[in-house]
Ligand binder design. Structure first.
Ligand SMILES: O=P(O)(O)OC[C@H]1O[C@H](OP(=O)(O)OP(=O)(O)O)[C@H](O)[C@@H]1O
Ligand SMILES: O=c1cc[nH]c(=O)[nH]1
Length: 204
């Protein structure tokens, strides 16, 4: 009798990705972005363009840590492809559905490239995908900023437990977690170090 597959285990608390792992994962995601554009299997991208469709691409980070991640991804795509990549950030604070539950939060910056996002492929970038509510808020925020040809999603860690019909197009690492766990992404730009940790218990 065929044995059933091992159930996915939740990681034990501790370090999930080291600094070197984070760099490797970001590089892999950059290659995937380039390949997806060049393959043109995505109607959102003009694969006939001489730059493999990359000039159509805008990486838009969701603060806090999605913003430096988007800049890193853009830098690596540029390093591998030779094509400069437009980057931006989108503040989702006022579009959150838990605004009244979470108390006052400072507004972050929304910065778009000069060429804007109309008619382009926007790839939203975030560090963690969990319920999907932050991405839902980002989609609403984008709607007020322009009309992209398509919007896709890149996340460093997908930890599951979606509460909305949202999935990522580019995932650095899938990490099955329990709801009681927390995934904490630390980046040099915001935290002084690159690492991904899994901790037990609710966030402080
Ligand atoms: O899929 P979700 O359930 O929305 O969770 C993921 C979001 O949670 C974290 O942000 P957080 O709201 O903690 O703010 P921060 O980025 O400022 O830390 C993380 O950076 C994602 O944006
Ligand atoms: O584990 C989680 C859940 C939401 N947001 C995070 O950054 N980590």
């Amino acid at each position: 009798m065929a044995s059933s597959p091992e159930p996915a285990r939740n990681p034990v608390s501790g370090a999930l990705l080291s600094s070197a792992d984070v760099a490797r994962v970001v590089d892999r995601m950059a290659h995937q972005l380039i390949e997806r554009c060049a393959r043109g299997d995505d109607r959102a991208i003009d694969s006939a363009a001489t730059d493999g469709g990359l000039s159509d691409l805008v990486l838009v980070g969701i603060p806090t840590r999605g913003a430096p991640l988007a800049r890193r991804l853009a830098a690596r795509v540029e390093a591998f492809s030779g094509t400069p990549i437009d980057v931006g950030t989108v503040d989702i604070t006022l579009y959150r559905d838990d605004l009244r539950l979470r108390g006052v939060r400072a507004l972050e910056s929304t910065v778009l490239p000069d060429a804007g996002i109309d008619g382009r492929l926007v790839v939203l970038v975030d560090d963690v995908l969990y319920s999907g509510r932050s991405v839902r808020a980002a989609l609403d925020a984008l709607r007020d900023l322009g009309r992209p040809k398509a919007v896709q999603l890149a996340v460093l860690v997908d930890r599951g437990h979606r509460e909305l019909p949202i999935r990522a197009d580019f995932v650095g690492k899938n990490v099955p977690t329990s709801r009681s766990q927390q995934v904490k992404v630390h980046l040099a730009e915001t935290d002084g170090v690159d690492e991904v940790l899994v901790t037990e218990g609710e966030p402080a």
